[in-house]
Structure formats: C-alpha cells, structure tokens
Design a protein around this ligand. Structure first.
Ligand code: ADP
Ligand code: MG
Length: 541
C-alpha cells in the first residue's frame, strides 16, 4: 500500500510519493507540481489551486486562501482578528471557533477551516490516485515546527475529512532536512540549518545528519512571518501613494486591496530577478486606474525589520542548539520567500556563500522528505529508505501554572522527544492530598520564551558589539590605534567572546555587565583618536 507525503502549506501545497526507488513529486490536474492552497466557489463549481487564485478579483467574497492561518486557532485570537481584516471572505464566530460563511448555489454554507483544508488535501490525494491508478488511504503530513497540539490535531482532522489516515505528522523543516540528507548521501556527519521562509510562517531548524539518521538539535521561528507580510507592506505603501495622489481613502475597499495585493505579489517576485517592477491595476478604486513602480531597494527598505528579524531567529536557534555559526556545514533554503535576494544575502553574510545550499528545490523539499518518511513507515520492502531514523524536539517549553500564577517549566523548549522529566512541587494548601494539573499547551508559555528571547537579544547585541569593536581595530578600514591599545581591545574582545560561548542564554543583566566591561576598556582608547566617537556611538544603541 502506498503512503503519500503531503506539504499542506499556507500558500502552496505539494504531494509526493515513493515510486520505484525514487521519490516523485506528483503534478496536479493542471500539470503543476505545486498547488496554490486556494479554494473558490463559483455559481456552479468548486475550484482548487491556480484556477481558484485567478478568481480572487471577480469572486473575492467566495475565494478562500491562507486558511492554514486559522487552523487550530480561536476566533478571538489576535492573529485571527488581524488577518480577517485583509480577507474578502466572511468569518463568523461559532463558540469561539472561526468559521467561513459563503453563499454557494443559492444557499449559505458555514465551513470550518479543517473542511477547507480537507478540500485541498482531497484534490492532492486524487491527483496521486489518478497518476498511480491506485487508492490512497494513508499519508504523512507536515506542519510548521511551531504548530501547537491543537493546530496539529486540527490538521489531522482535515486529513480525516479528506479520507486520509495520518500515519505521522512531521515538522516541515525536519522533512526538508531529510530531502537534503537523502540527496547528499554522505556518510560524514553534517550540521544542517534549514531556513524555511514561506508565505505565512517562518521556521529555523538545526539538524545533525549522519547516514540516514536525522537528529533535530533545536528549532525556532515565527508562526506569523512570511511572504504575505512582505506583500502587505507593499500594499500599504501603494495604498498611501494612491490616496495621496487622488486625495481619497481606498483602504475600506477590500476588493481593490485584494486586486492590488495580487499585483504586489507579482511585483515582489519580479524583484527577485529584476531591480525594478511595475504595479498596475485598472479601475483600482472609484474607477481610477493605478500604475506605479517600485525598486528592489525600496522593497528591501520596506521589509528591513522583517528580514533582519529572520536573522535574529537564526542566531537564537543557534544559541539554543549550543552551537556556533561556524559549526553549521550547510544552510538549506526552503520556501518561496528564500528566493528574495536580500534574504539570501543576509544569510550569505552570516554563514559564508559556500555554506548556502542551492540544489534542494525550495518548493518541493518538504513534500519530498514527507514522502521519504511515508515510505519508511509503510515498511515498503523494496524501499531503501527503511532505515531512516528521526528524532525531534519540543518547540516550546511545557509546564504548569502554579496557584500563585507563575509558570513552572517541566520540559524545556528544544528538549529531545520522547522525554521523561520529573518535577517536585508542594501543595497550595495544608493537608492537601490531591493535586490536579495538566501539561498545558506549549503556546501558553510563550511568556517563558519571551524572557528567553530577551536574554538572547541582549547577548546578540553584545556579540555584535564585540564584532564591531574588534573589526574597528583589525578590519581593512581599521582606526589608527597604537599597538598597545589594539592588543588590549583584542584581549577584552576575546574574553567577552569566551564568556558568551561559555554561558548559554545568560541573564540580561549579566550581558549588560559584560557590555559595560567592554565599554570601560574601549572608551578611553577611542576617545583619544579622530572619528573615534563614531565607534563609541554603537554602545549607545
Ligand atoms: P507556504 O509554505 O507558506 O505555503 P511557499 O513556500 O509556497 O509558502 O512560499 C510562498 C511565498 O513565497 C509567497 O509569499 C510567494 O509570494 C513567495 N514567493 C514565491 N516565489 C517568489 C520569488 N521568486 N520571489 C519572492 N517571493 C516568492
Ligand atoms: Mg512551506
């Protein structure tokens, strides 16, 4: 029995299957290897994929997209509230679950996000069945590493509705690492960093690969960062331009905004290969045509914070894997947004150009890895993938809330699973003989992660400072300082660097103290020289 591997993406989905000693990506009924995760209801039909996407301007109230952003979330979730403002379709609140309400064939239909996702899954399943002339019942499905249990279960429900039994849910970046590992076929141990920037989510995962063993060291990311955000930035930019030029406010015009967004996504893609792109929408608002252009530099400027934040996540993930960037052998790029030159440039600057893998297909790697695991699970006697071994980690800390309100972490984030952890605690009342608690959803404990994040931000600041100071006296354009001063600066930089390496995720206060130590040595030296104030300014940042 064949088991398929499915990448159910926010923007695009892809399906693969292991067939005669190789993994094959299965194209859809329109001959495309990747299917946009869009569903559109016309008067008499239900469309899926690219044909659905093309409906957005003419049929925007009944054209559904980004449904994965709703999966497993509550209606009052701030992300859902923010997202729904951008959509043309109507969301309703049913017992705090977001449901989609549409008119179809003269009747009102209320659909759960799982049901919409099921339609996409079903169409992928049908494509494979047609191609292999075989009934498919089982699948391995991928989810972002950061998905919590509710989101994972909702994905499994979607598959069930589509008539698929989910044998395993695997994290998208882990699947991509499998794709890379199988392609490389090397026996040497390698540390691979998977950088997956798609339409809606961003995942970073560090995996140690040896033969067919995949050992996830750490994972990090953002459940709400991707190409859609870059599109929205550009939309906002052009809406302001349009409003200014025409002295109006087109923001409440959802249809217009949706049409503009499609034009912006195209422009964004063009900017990955060209320095300049045109955005044109006829009759955008009140019958007024819109035509403008945008340079790659402007696009990069609009998204600067987003791009730089991805690097912060990379550094955080490295530090939670207790690794230095030099220990990473390869960076595997996954997701359509990794085609953006600035994103690549930032990664190249951090890791070095030769570390960036260019052979893995960023759109297909996740489905490919899922299919490899599917073949492994299905115990296909002929499959040489039988010996795949995968170990993963918990993406967010798990713990319980104390009666006082604080959180007790039982399983720290990035702990290898399965795991057994013990925790001793006292009861809240005297003579209490019963205590009830459940390990709550990891997402609740973002607070704990927020503290962790603050700490790593501070230590990265310190690391950057050490780099900047050292560079100022040793780099190509170094300042003119005496040999004695130079030695002293190198010495303190080395000391601080060693401290950074020895202290995993140090307290904010301690990192600040090291910063002060560094400044104490550097200040008198740089104050003596011309233009020295320039380098001292970085201490104030
Ligand atoms: P997801 O995993 O969220 O389904 P994908 O990996 O399919 O997403 O990536 C989709 C995102 O990649 C979209 O935002 C799309 O606009 C963007 N994208 C695709 N190709 C390019 C490109 N050439 N340049 C920039 N962005 C691109
Ligand atoms: Mg993806």
């Amino acid at each position: 029995m064949k088991v398929i591997g499915i990448d159910l993406g926010t923007s695009n989905s892809c399906v693969a299957v292991y067939k005669i000693n190789q993994i094959e990506i299965i194209d859809n009924d329109q001959g495309e290897r990747v299917t946009p995760s869009w569903v559109s209801f016309t008067d008499d039909e239900r469309l899926i994929g690219n044909v659905a996407k093309l409906e957005v301007s003419s049929n925007f109230e009944r054209t559904l997209f980004q449904i994965k952003r709703l999966i497993g979330r509550t209606y009052d979730d701030p992300m859902v509230q923010a997202d729904m403002k951008l959509w043309g379709f109507t969301l309703i609140n049913e017992e705090n679950k977001p449901k989609i309400s549409i008119e179809h064939k003269g009747r009102r239909k209320i659909l759960a996000p799982e049901e919409i996702s099921a339609m996409i899954l079903e169409s992928l399943k049908t494509s494979v069945e047609d191609r292999l002339d075989e009934t498919i019942t089982d699948a391995v499905i991928t989810v972002p590493a950061y998905f919590n249990n509710t989101q994972r279960n909702a994905t499994i429900d979607a598959a069930r509705i589509a008539g698929l039994n989910v044998l395993r849910v695997i994290n998208e970046p882990t699947a991509a690492a499998i794709a890379y590992g199988l392609e490389k076929e090397t026996n040497e141990e390698q540390n691979v960093l998977v950088f997956d920037l798609g339409g809606g989510t961003f995942d970073v995962t560090i995996v140690k690969i040896k033969n067919k063993e995949f050992d996830v060291k750490a994972t990090g990311g953002d459940t709400h960062l991707g190409g859609d955000d870059f599109d929205n930035c550009m939309v906002n930019h052009f809406v302001s331009e349009f409003n200014r030029k025409n002295d109006c406010d087109m923001s409440p015009n959802k249809r217009g905004i949706n049409r503009l967004r499609i034009a912006c996504e195209n422009a964004k893609k063009n900017l990955s290969v060209k320095k300049n792109a045109t955005v044109q929408v006829d009759g955008l608002h009140s019958g007024i045509d819109f035509k403008s252009s945008i340079t790659r530099a402007k696009f990069e400027d609009l998204n600067r914070d987003y791009f730089e934040n991805t690097l912060k996540t990379v550094k955080d993930t490295l530090s939670s894997a207790d690794m230095n960037k030099s220990e990473i052998d390869k960076v595997v790029l996954v997701g359509g947004s990794t085609r953006i030159p600035k994103v690549r440039e930032l990664l190249q600057n951090l890791f070095g150009e030769n570390k960036i893998n260019k052979t893995v297909n960023p759109d297909e790697a996740v489905a490919y890895g899922a299919a490899a695991l599917a073949s492994n699970i299905s115990k296909d006697e002929l499959s040489e993938l039988r010996e795949l071994k995968i170990s993963d980690v918990v993406p967010l800390s798990l713990g319980y809330k104390q009666s006082g309100g604080g959180m007790v972490t039982v399983v720290k984030r990035n702990t290898k699973i399965p795991t057994k952890q013990w925790n001793k605690n006292s009861t809240a009342k005297d003579n209490q003989i019963e205590a009830r608690f459940t390990l709550e959803d990891a997402n609740r404990f973002k607070q704990d992660d927020a503290e962790w994040k603050k700490r790593s931000e501070q230590v990265h600041k310190l690391e950057d400072l050490v780099y900047a100071v050292k560079h100022a006296v040793t780099g190509e354009m170094s300042f003119d300082v005496s040999d004695k001063d130079k030695k002293e600066i190198i010495k303190i930089c080395k000391k601080v660097k060693t401290w950074i390496n020895d202290n995993q995720n140090p307290k904010v206060h301690d990192s600040k103290k090291k910063m002060a130590d560094l400044e104490k040595i550097c200040r008198p030296i740089f104050e003596k020289i011309r233009d020295g104030s320039e380098i001292l300014r970085i201490f104030q940042k």
